[in-house]
Design a protein around this ligand. Structure first.
Ligand code: SF4
Ligand code: MG
Length: 322
């Protein structure tokens, strides 16, 4: 992803243009083959929009997306449709991706037909195989989505996403709508599948517990921009951006102590100038209000004027860090 920008027009009660939501504002990011990249941040930070831009489900206002060296924006509609089999999205709410009028078998078979993955006569066998891959008994194929629990429905949605043999999967909060008790099962299933099938996975999540479990790399977003990115181990255990520290400090038992986040996320219609985090940052200085900090170079990057001079985050006492 290179220099991606996406704004959504906002209209007033009379339908007149009244500004724009700055959803994604200059994001550049690379995902390596076979890697699990997590994009984290509070709701409204632009991470879902970024996921949709990545799959070219929406058009950017500026910037480009390359998949395997190919500029997705330069493809004809037909070529982009053909490319779709390589890139799949798993939604938060499996109801959003499953048609209630289709049996599980029909839902999973649809992409097989659309992308001509197997001949008709092999379809039922392939559906059975996909269902067992996601831990569902093939006999369930004739049932309807409403007959399943939330966790089972998400398994069906995963089977459907896998049907076209994709190489890249973007999961937008894939377990957030599920009961906490089944979240871990579905996360484990996803991480096993990703490893076994050699998939590239972009996990969009606000849940750092889930992220810690599966991510190789993490990118942290705030108000449309990436403020920190790097190897998951480093970003999650030695966060450098004040925002990342505050997010981690809010996770019980994480072992990072930092000043808590104060106030609300400012409106993305009029984001603060300079560092977008300055209205909530305990370390903000005068320059933070008018100069935009660049995401530095290297493997672990931070967009903060004070990145090199901030005190190391204080570890919690061992009793609390448990
Ligand atoms: Fe805080 Fe300034 Fe760093 Fe922004 S640039 S995170 S306001 S210290
Ligand atoms: Mg979202």
């Amino acid at each position: 992803l290179s220099g991606l920008v996406k704004r959504f027009p906002v209209r007033d009660a009379l339908g007149r243009r009244a500004g724009a939501v700055h959803a994604v504002d200059g994001v550049s990011l690379a995902v390596a083959k076979g890697e699990v990249l997590a994009i984290v941040g509070e709701s409204g930070c632009g991470k879902s929009t970024l996921g949709r831009l990545m799959l070219r489900l929406i058009e950017p206002d500026a910037g480009s997306v390359r998949f395997d060296g190919e500029d997705l924006g330069a493809l004809s509609p037909a070529a982009l449709r053909a490319r779709r089999r390589d890139m799949q999205l798993i939604f938060q709410d499996p109801f959003a991706s499953l048609d209630p009028r289709m049996t599980v078998e029909q839902a999973v078979a649809e992409p097989l037909r659309l992308h001509r993955i197997v001949p008709r006569e092999q379809e039922a066998a392939r559906v059975a195989e996909l269902l067992s891959r996601v831990g569902l008994r093939p006999e369930l194929a004739r049932r309807w989505p409403h007959e399943f629990s939330g966790g089972q429905r998400q398994r069906v949605a995963i089977a459907r996403a896998l049907a076209s043999n994709p190489r890249l999967i973007v999961g937008d909060e894939p377990v957030s709508a599920l009961d906490v008790s089944v979240q871990a099962q579905v996360v484990n299933l996803l991480s096993d599948l990703i490893r076994d099938l050699g998939l590239t996975f972009v996990l969009i999540s606000h849940d750092l517990g889930v992220v810690r479990h599966v991510a190789d790399r993490v990118a942290v977003m705030y108000l449309g921009r990436i403020v920190e990115q790097g190897p998951a181990r480093e970003v999650l255990s030695a966060p450098r951006h004040p925002y990342t520290r505050a997010l981690l400090a809010a996770v019980p038992g994480h072992g990072v102590k930092a000043p808590p986040l104060e106030g609300d996320v400012p409106s993305p219609i009029a984001p603060p100038p300079g560092c977008r985090f300055h209205t909530r940052c305990p370390f903000a200085e005068a320059r933070c209000r008018d100069s935009v900090p660049e995401l530095g170079g290297g493997d672990h990057r931070v967009a903060c004027h004070l990145a090199d001079s901030l005190p190391a985050p204080e570890p919690l006492p061992p009793r609390l860090a448990g």
